[in-house]
Design a protein around this ligand. Sequence first.
Ligand code: DAH
Length: 372
Amino acid sequence: MSDHHETAQQAQSRIDAAPDLAALEALRVEYLGKQGSVSALLKTLGKMSPEERHEKAPAIQALRQSVADALAARKDELEAAELEARLATERLDLTLPAPDAQRGSVHPVSQVMDELAEIFADLGFAVATGPEIEDDWYNFTALNMPESHPARAMHDTFYFPDTAPKGGKMLLRTHTSPVQVRTMLDVVKNNPGGAPIRIIAPGRVYRSDSDATHTPMFHQIEGLVIDRGIHLGHLKWTLETFLKAFFETDDIVLRLRPSYFPFTEPSVEVDVGFAIENGKRILGGSGDEPGHAWMELLGSGMVNRRVIEMSGLDPDEWQGFAWGLGVDRLAMLKYGMDDLRAFFDGDTRWLSHYGFSPFDQPTLSAGVGARS
Ligand code: DAH
């Protein structure tokens, strides 16, 4: 008995002195492990006679218990100390300045859409939208492009297997012009006699095309004015006023060139004069001046009376003009970018270079984007 008492005391002081958890574990193995000295003592019990076992077992059990208790107590102490030490070294210093967060930027297309919406809002235009998955009828037929019309060939797009409610297939719209038809039909529905219309329709359009100046998805902004007594003069003034505001210069010279679109009659292509300075196109002056040239900017014309009629208005009473403009190309021109594909690569280096800070120049981005 006194032997075990001594062993217990010795174990206790060694355990209390264990400097860390690894040393403590070594002691546990030494006493209570499979080959441990206390385990060996316990094993001797099996070979004893019942009387002898009755006599010696309590002391051996007590020894095992005291060693186990000592180990547990020291383990608690060491763990608490370790936690203290960790808390002391890992304390957060809340006074450190936070690392600069990477800020997002407004994409040049969103920026230009906003600038256009603001300019046209000043001229009294509202923003209208239509679906990107469009009915063949709105995209083509109602715009005077019946099935097998040759102009459809320039608008090769992506078709869906579903038959459209108004005939043909559903498709990804090839231009924003179907919004003209939808807007006129809406006006007629709410006001059967018709009413003046002044809208722009910005949005995504699709064609099966891909090279440095064409992407399968791009952006257009459509314009439509319907009223009594509208003529080409109104069209020219509106586009000139808008381009001067957009390019922030009064030196804008336009040339209206006869053209053909099924949905306008007459149709005009609008060119703008520019010069090349240091390899960049600088708008201004007539394209006929020396060192200057004309650049095609947009398609436009007086709305074809057949389109007005198909949209439910009387073409003898209501006339109008319309135009369709590539937003991406306009952005490239204003901000000096040369590869259209970069617009849609999502490269954050390009975006942080060409993007706009939403804080420097508050725009309508959220509003227009959310509605289109
Ligand atoms: N929708 C035509 C296109 O995408 C562009 C266009 C031309 C729109 C003349 C018009 C217009 O509204 O009057 O090629």
